[in-house]
Design a protein around this ligand. Structure first.
Ligand SMILES: [Zn+2]
Length: 344
């Protein structure tokens, strides 16, 4: 009886928050078509109905057989690896890589990587024209900037000399947070578009992408950021509020989402979801302590396909444990031999 009440309360809260465009995030969105209301947590290959091995975590039919380069520089952030003797481009696949078009010396921390390529690596690695041998992680933060949380995130990143990508939720105005925006840019992080409104009802009425509403929202967010950084700043990376995979529950919704992606592409924006997460913004009973967030990130990283990881986190006012988990996350990825990339 009590849990039923709680469920009703939780769902009421969900719709109330979604309606007001709060920072409700993808991890909290029931998967379209799902009757259980379980969260759409970690998409890997949402378009091709991959084998589902556990709730919310999907994997493609085949795993890459490429062995990641063994590293010896745990903790240093440097990953020397073994340099291949060839740089032939576009002739290999993740499943049967014999040559690698990317020289491992080009895979290094702080480098910016083409978003469409990273998307291929995380979603369709087995079909990607090439796949890096190096382990690569992209730390991504949605829903900021936050005066309370973002500076703490930036502090940890700075201390570790690690760069990240920030997907902004501008709230329609960044003037009170202009200092954080400038600091983020000055310290070499990537700034990307998330949304101006975070209003699911407006962006996805009937759980279906409204292309015009999305483009309008992107233009507003862009203008908000340019007010601070100037018009020389141009957006090139976009993350759908809720994740693109959350809004493809019917044939017409899938078509609308495809159109939205194409329209964004015409504006010069490449979208990117994620394949691992700390679960920091999820509404569930999972452990949200700093160590709990690290634990879930490790779990979803291990479940992700391949070794190019896009990790979802949030720098939002109400999530103080995210910056507290960040050192542990950086330590984990370094120990595992990952380099830290940003999106361009
Ligand atoms: Zn968001």
């Amino acid at each position: 009886m009590k849990s039923q009440k709680m469920k009703i309360l939780a769902f009421s809260l969900f719709f109330a928050l979604a309606a007001t465009g709060c920072t409700l995030t993808a991890g909290t969105v029931p998967t379209p078509g799902s009757t259980s209301g379980s969260p759409a947590s970690v998409p890997v290959n949402p378009s091709n109905a991959p084998n589902i091995t556990k709730p919310g975590v999907t994997q493609p039919a085949t795993k890459p057989t490429t062995t990641p380069v063994t590293t010896t520089a745990a903790g240093s952030g440097q990953t020397p690896g073994t340099k291949p003797s060839t740089t032939t481009a576009g002739t290999t696949t993740a499943g049967s890589t014999t040559t690698n078009p990317i020289n491992p010396s080009d895979i290094k921390s702080g480098e910016a990587y083409d978003t469409a390529t990273v998307r291929d690596w995380t979603r369709n690695a087995s079909q990607a024209a090439y796949y890096p041998k190096q382990k690569l992680v992209f730390l991504t933060f949605d829903d900021g900037p936050s005066t309370k949380v973002t500076p703490l995130v930036l502090d940890v990143l700075k201390k570790n000399n690690v760069k990240a990508t920030f997907f902004y939720y501008t709230h329609g105005d960044l003037s009170s947070r202009a200092g954080i925006v400038r600091r983020t840019a000055d310290e070499g992080h990537a700034i990307a578009i998330h949304t101006a409104s975070h209003n699911y009802k407006k962006l996805y009425p009937g759980r279906k992408a409204n292309v015009e509403a999305i483009l309008s929202d992107v233009r507003t967010a862009t203008s908000n950021i340019q007010t601070v950084l100037g018009t020389s700043w141009k957006p090139s990376v976009y993350r759908f509020p809720g994740g693109s995979f959350s809004w493809t529950g019917s044939t017409s919704a899938r078509k609308a989402m495809t159109q939205a992606k194409q329209a964004l592409g015409n504006m010069g924006l490449q979208y990117l979801d994620w394949n691992a997460m700390t679960g920091d913004a999820d509404y569930n009973n999972r452990d949200k302590s700093p160590s709990g967030l690290v634990k879930y990130a490790v779990k979803t990283t291990k479940n992700a396909y391949g070794h190019v990881i896009v990790l979802l986190m949030h720098d939002a006012d109400h999530l103080p444990n995210t910056p507290k988990a960040l050192q542990g996350l950086i330590d984990y990825y370094r120990e595992q031999g990952y380099e830290f990339g940003i999106l361009k």
